[in-house]
Design a binder for this molecule. Structure first.
Ligand code: MFK
Ligand code: FAD
Length: 499
């Protein structure tokens, strides 16, 4: 059998490993307790969360459709590690920190820094957390119509903590939700509604509650087509005795990745729900949830990139080929450097969106910053999702054959990255969302962006070597600005401009 055994790459505290995160916080949120907290949490991620996440991958959820005596049960069974991740998430305030707002306009940066450390180890528990945060955001934005649910979603007490689902996709439409939604809602005497329909993808179906869309029927059973016919509902998923709220779980999906997360097909057969939005304002209301979940998607994408770079660098210091360590082969270092540069740029984009979100929620955002948040959320989501697949794939290759071997834990990183560009809006659908934001603001979103880029270019003026590149970039920007101004003065000009 020989005597040589390769040393494996070791995961060490992701906070101490991440010079860029520390430098970013040092510059923008130089608070001792934040640094200490992230240092402590980084240690917990390595010593506790990592093993729990791995257990979730190895013990995926199962559907128990019947009890031993033949009664229909539709129970979703998850492993103890999944339950433990839920407790840790509550105690650590992974959602709560976004609403406690202890650091004012920097609260989202603080919360998402923690999420970023947690995500690559957490067995996709970030998925229910994203939807939980998104549901809290919707309730808050609508003026707290469901205060008790809000308190549950944002508590640190694990016994009271609720997670939420986000049921939008039906068989006809996951992108085109507005024409694809067939679920109907019939009002009852007590003012509540009964929902009937079929939800085609519902992730983290073990959640306590969900937000979902349905068409309210009139007294003749008629509904309004399109997005104007859709309203937003809040429903509990499971009753206190463990039985479902008028829901049949048809099956759990057999997925390429995200195997840790129960994703189901659900028949809603009289699910009791309360109307949350104004009638016909369902899509516009759930859009607030989409903003949050798309930002989480960005955080998880960048976190996956950072994790693979961390492990690849570690391995390069341990693996010897052709007489020297990988780290001493210039070609290998070039590959790692490219991954590092992609990850750093993605990190700064992610933090900028988190910063803007924090400022908007703290009511300190300027008009320009609000426009930028609207524009940059889909851009960051679509771009980092694609980058994550490519960087994680490159990372697997940096381990040679071992990158392809299941029990190293590496292949699941690639499987889980692949979903990032599909759920929460595919790349093309998000590109169209960028156009929607431009059209809706009559182009001012783009102007805000150009001004922001202009200001960011200023410090680079000090470097003579960069001046020619800056001049050419400026020329392109001002040509686009001029076009933008012209387009704005014509009907449908913004869409034309965007195209
Ligand atoms: C690990 C981290 C993340 C984990 C979470 C994963 C678990 C969940 C996985 C999921 O995939 S959940 C389902 C996600 N589904 C989508 O993302 C749906 C993709 N489709 C779209 O995004 C469509 O653009 C959308 C359904 C939102 C709208 O399509 P329409 O029918 O063309 O909408 P329309 O008529 O343009 O807009 C209706 C209203 O919503 C308008 O407002 P007004 O009525 O006031 O004019 C729009 O401005 C508003 N709206 C649409 N998108 C918006 C928005 N407002 C703000 N932000 C947006 N992004
Ligand atoms: P389609 O909309 O049919 O898209 C097919 C292709 O057409 C895509 O490439 C898309 O980019 C393209 N396309 C669509 N419209 C346009 C257009 N106008 N112009 C150009 N191209 C276009 N949904 C939920 O609601 N809740 C969940 O919890 C949930 N969990 C999920 C978990 C997993 C693991 C996965 C894979 C999906 C989940 N989804 C969930 C569903 C997901 O949001 C949808 O699959 C996604 O939004 C795409 O919708 P679709 O599958 O209907 O594809």
């Amino acid at each position: 059998i020989g005597t040589f055994f390769q040393e494996r790459p070791l995961l060490t505290n992701p906070f101490t490993q991440d010079a860029l995160l520390r430098a970013y916080l040092q510059r923008h949120l130089p608070v001792r307790e934040v640094c200490d907290e992230l240092l402590r949490f980084g240690e917990r991620v390595v010593c506790e969360v990592e093993a729990l996440g791995r257990r979730c991958e190895l013990h995926p959820p199962a559907l128990q459709r019947y009890d031993p005596w033949g009664r229909r049960r539709d129970r979703i069974l998850t492993c103890d590690a999944w339950a433990q991740l839920r407790r840790i998430s509550a105690h650590e305030g992974l959602v709560a920190a976004g609403y406690e707002r202890s650091y004012g306009e920097w609260s989202r940066v603080y919360q998402m820094s923690k999420m970023y450390l947690f995500a690559p180890s957490a067995g996709l528990y970030t998925c229910p957390l994203a939807m939980t945060d998104g549901a809290a955001k919707v309730i808050e934005t609508l003026g707290m119509p469901a205060r008790k649910a809000f308190e549950r979603l944002t508590t640190r007490d694990d016994k009271r903590f609720w997670t939420s689902g986000q049921w939008m996709t039906e068989r006809r439409g996951g992108s085109d939700v507005s024409s694809g939604t067939e679920t109907v809602a019939k009002q009852q005497q007590d003012g509540w509604f009964k929902l009937h329909g079929f939800k085609w993808f519902t992730s983290a179906t073990d959640a306590d509650m969900t937000l979902t869309l349905a068409r309210i029927t009139d007294e003749h059973g008629r509904t309004t087509p399109g997005s104007r016919g859709l309203s937003l509902f809040l429903a509990k998923v499971w009753d206190s005795d463990g039985s479902s709220n008028g829901i049949e779980v048809q099956r759990l999906k057999d997925k390429l990745g995200t195997r840790q997360v129960p994703t189901a097909e659900l028949l809603l057969d009289g699910m009791n729900a309360r109307l949350l939005s104004e009638e016909g304002r369902g899509v516009a209301s759930i859009a607030n949830m989409l903003t949050i979940t798309r930002i989480y998607n960005t955080v998880c994408a960048v976190a996956a990139m950072r994790r693979i770079v961390h492990l690849s660098r570690e391995y390069a210091c341990k693996r010897s080929v052709f007489g020297k360590l990988l780290k001493d082969h210039a070609l290998h270092v070039q590959t790692l450097s490219r991954m590092e540069v992609e990850t750093r740029a993605a990190f700064l984009l992610m933090m900028e969106v988190c910063r803007l979100l924090g400022r908007e929620e703290n009511r300190s955002a300027s008009e320009r910053e609000t426009l930028l948040l609207r524009l940059m959320t889909p851009v960051a989501k679509l771009y980092t999702a694609k980058q994550a697949v490519s960087v994680v794939s490159e990372g697997l290759e940096s381990f040679g054959g071992q990158g392809y071997i299941e029990d190293t834990g590496l292949p699941s990183m690639l499987r889980d990255a692949q979903v990032l560009s599909i759920w929460e809006g595919t790349t093309n659908v998000l590109s169209l969302d960028v156009l929607r934001s431009i059209a809706k603001s009559s182009g001012s979103v783009l102007q805000a962006f150009f001004r922001d880029v202009e200001e960011r270019l200023l410090p680079a003026e000090a470097c003579p070597a960069l001046r020619p590149a800056l001049a050419s970039l400026r020329a392109s920007l001002s040509a686009l600005m001029r076009f933008c101004e012209k387009a704005e003065s014509r009907p449908a000009g913004a869409m034309e401009l965007a195209a």
